[in-house]
Design a binder for this molecule. Sequence first.
Ligand code: EPU
Length: 343
Amino acid sequence: MLIEKNVPLQACNSFHIVAKAQSLARIACAADVQALVANPQWAEVPKFVLGGGSNIVLTGDLKAMVLKVEIKGRRLLQETAQAFIVEAGAGENWHDFVSWMLQQGYYGLENMALIPGTVGAAPVQNVGAYGVELQDRFDSLDAVDLQTGKLFTLNAAQCAFGYRDSVFKHASSKMGLAGRALITQVRFSLPKPWKAVLGYADLARKMAEANVVQPTAPQIYQWICDIRRAKLPDPDQIGNAGSFFKNPTVTPEQCADIIARDPKIVYYHLADGSVKLAAGWLIDACGWKGKSVGNAGVYEKQALVLINRGGATGGEVMTLAKAIQTSVYERFGILLEPEPVVV
Ligand code: EPU
């Protein structure tokens, strides 16, 4: 395997921030990782696993060795009375995979169409959209231990999925696997019979417009693509990393206090009794839509998305993010937590 030097990363991160990797290895299979681990100096080499680069903010050149996951392949492993079990390589593009699944008749991922990134990055932050999260369609995954080179398999419980969270986001001191594992394959379980997930207001609107009561999976897929294209910027045209902040969770008392001051706030009750607030609404209410810091800006149609207006640095993106955090904190007493990994 060739280790490339001084590799430009602008095309490898969806924010299109200009930065370089001092060294980069293209990983096409688990054995490529094992070959690297076998090197006696490996333990001293800092590493950074890069998937589609759709959830990172690069604040400078990467000194760590970049392991760019390019593991391909997708296949039906098993069909039972209850489910299709389908496996995909971690380097497959997520949206291409979702589209392929629909074409094959394996339904269940349609609500997650057009999420940027790769299959291998999807479990790391338990991606989700329009009422379906990766964990709802997850079977298991394979990964390589970056210290020992050993292959291991995790089921859903072992991945410890949460809202935009998993074992892969937590440091090893807290029993996590951050920086410790490279995901190679992900297996999905698509329940039979297929059931549409239609709880979201945007989807209800599409159904009413089309006058359809029982939509098919391909119809939902098309609506999701239309909804996302209407309000989220296409990273190929405008650099961005999707939602920049997580939707914060508060107690019912905190929520009641905010409603008393701002009756229009958008919130959802969760099963555990807590309340989730729409971060996009909080940012919008602070007047950030369309604003900029240098070349980094807040998207005009969705305040939760920070964008690169052309030539933005990671520093500008983070200065903007901090200014947003401060103003939301000062007005609502809530500290927004960024979603992307800052490197
Ligand atoms: N809102 C505003 N102003 C804004 C943006 C949003 O008032 O500028 C309000 C909207 O009116 C809406 C509410 O906030 O009532 C929620 O907005 P939306 O339905 O667009 O969803 P979201 O909470 O902003 C989340 C996910 C998205 C996912 C959508 C749909 C997070 C952090 N984001 O966004 O995921 O596509 O729901 O399920 O949970 C991503 O993670 O990158 C992502 C795009």
